[in-house]
Design a protein around this ligand. Sequence first.
Ligand code: C2E
Ligand code: MG
Ligand code: MG
Ligand code: MG
Length: 285
Amino acid sequence: HAKAQGRRQVRRFDAQLDAAAEQRLQLERELRRAIERGEFELAFQPQVRLPGQEVVAVEALLRWRHPERGLLLPNAFIHAAEECGLIREIGDWVLQRALRTLAAWHAAGLDQRIAINVSPRQLAQPGFFARLRTLIVETGAPIGRVEIEITETLAMQGSDAVLEGLRELRCEGISVAIDDFGTGYSNLARLRKLPVDRVKLDRSLIQDVTHSAEARTLIHSVIALINGLGFEAVAEGVEEAAQKDVLRAIGCGAVQGYAIARPMDEPALLAWLAAFDPDGARATA
Ligand code: C2E
Ligand code: MG
Ligand code: MG
Ligand code: MG
C-alpha cells in the first residue's frame, strides 16, 4: 500500500516537472520569437544626485511587450533567458537600443548618461568588451556618458580577465556601477580594489530606514564605507520623500526610486527631464 502511494507521488511529481519544463520551453520559444519580432522595449528611470538638483544617470530597464500577456517585467523572463543563454542576444539588443538612444539624445543636445544592466553571462562572453566598443563607435554614443551596471556577485567572483576588462573600460571613460549591493556576499578586501565608480544599494537595505534605528545604523555604516573607498553610493528603491531625507543626512550620494520617478517610456522621460531642468532641456527643443 505504502509502495503504491509512493509510486503515485512520484508520478505526480514527474507530471509537475514535465509541466514546468514544458512552460520553460514555451517561454524559450517565445523569447526567441520576441527577438525576431522586436517585442522588447526599454523603460528609463532617472537617478538624482542629492540634494536633488542634478540627474546623474538614467537607467535603461528592459520590458517585453508580449502579444498575449501584455507588458512583462524582467522578473518574468530574465532568469529563463539567462538559463537558456538567450540573455546574450537580448543583452545585445539592450546595448544597441540604449546606445542608439544615448547617441540621439546627444545629437539633440541632451547631455545625459545612460546606465545599462549587463548580465554576468553576457559579460563573461569572450567578445563582450570588443562588442561594446564596436557598438559605441557604430552608434556614435558619447563614451563618457555610458555606464554599465554589474551585479555584486559578478563584481566579487568575476575572473581577473573580467576585472581587467572593466578597468580598461573605465580608462576609456565608461563608468561602472555595482548593482543590488547588499544582497550577495561581499569580500571587503576585494571591494576596495574593484574598478567601479558607483555602488547601488539594494532596496532591501533602504526599506526600513525611516522606522528602524538598526536599519539606519546599517545603511549609515555601508554608505560611510562606500564613500570612504571613494565610490559614490546610490540608493535604489527610494519610495518615500522621508527616506530620501534620511539618506541625504547620512551622506548618500544619489537616489533612484518611485519617490523621484517611476520607470517611463522615452517620451515620458523626456517630458520629465524637461520639467526637472528647463534649462537643460531647452537645447533639445
Ligand atoms: P535593477 O537593475 O536593480 O533595477 C531596479 C528595479 O527596481 C527595476 O525593476 C525598477 O523598476 C525597480 N524600482 C525602481 N524604483 C523602485 C521603487 O521605488 N520601489 C520598488 N519597489 N521598485 C523600484 P525592473 O525594471 O522590474 O527590473 C528588475 C531587474 O531586472 C533589474 O533590477 C535588473 O536586475 C534586471 N534588468 C532590467 N533590465 C535589464 C537588462 O536590460 N538586462 C539585464 N541583464 N537585466 C535587466
Ligand atoms: Mg540595475
Ligand atoms: Mg539594482
Ligand atoms: Mg535591485
